[in-house]
Design a protein around this ligand. Structure first.
Ligand code: CA
Length: 231
């Protein structure tokens, strides 16, 4: 039996039913809401382990739902959006969502996203007060500002190290270009996305065995990057 409880926020009943049926048959517990106000209420009263949130809701906007929930909770939130809501998806990530699913999605995709969140929850619990980060063959020693791959120290520039730490501290979560630029460079100009790409390419050359099929840092085209938890 899976111990996780998922709050499903979706006003489209066929989609809501597809999600809850999938959750049920894979051992998740769930509760549902069909409105934004309902979602905020259910999140507050049940304290779910993760939230699946449709962005297009009949009352308040999904991004506003995220802002309200984020004012008291770090619960992982996976946003569900239609293709036409692409910019909303980025706003949702900037407001604190962890990940996104684009409609139409398959049951396999849904389950895969839930597993990413579960690994993130497990990692957050195990490293909550640790000064070290471990993921696959990557190890970061925060106290000494060093990173190692398979025991060998990575020769990182200060910016590459900062970038790696930001991604590591948010393992499992998709970070937008804007978020990364603000947190590493203190700026979020559109033109800086190009320099972020350059830094990412040099970081990957050092971190990834095959920089063209990265294992650690995943690219989300037009959106941002995510550090994956290696199993
Ligand atoms: Ca909807």
């Amino acid at each position: 039996m899976n111990k996780y409880q998922v709050l499903v926020v979706e006003d489209d009943m066929p989609i809501s039913n597809l999600i809850t049926t999938t959750l049920n048959s894979h051992g998740y517990r769930y509760i549902t809401a069909g409105t934004g106000e309902g979602a905020v209420m259910e999140a507050a009263s049940h304290n779910p382990d993760m939230i699946l949130l449709d962005l297009g809701l009949p009352d308040i906007d999904g991004v506003e739902v995220i802002r309200r929930i984020r004012s008291w909770s770090n619960v992982p939130i996976i946003v569900i959006s239609a293709r036409s809501e692409d910019s909303d998806k980025i706003d949702a990530l900037d407001a604190g969502a962890d990940d996104y699913l684009t409609k139409p999605f398959s049951v396999e995709e849904l389950l895969a996203r839930l597993r990413v969140v579960q690994r993130r929850l497990a990692l957050m619990q195990s490293t909550a007060r640790s000064s070290e980060y471990e993921n696959g063959q990557l190890r970061i020693d925060y106290a000494n500002r060093c990173a190692y791959l398979a025991g060998e120290e990575l020769r990182l520039t200060p910016m590459e190290y900062k970038l790696l730490c930001l991604l590591a501290q948010n393992t499992g979560k998709v970070l937008t270009h804007k978020y990364i630029l603000q947190n590493v460079w203190g700026s979020s100009l559109e033109t800086d996305v190009g320099s972020l790409r350059v830094f990412m390419a040099t970081l990957r050359k050092k971190l990834e065995k095959l920089p063209d099929s990265p294992q650690y840092i995943q690219t989300h085209i037009g959106v941002g990057y995510r550090m994956m938890k290696i199993e």
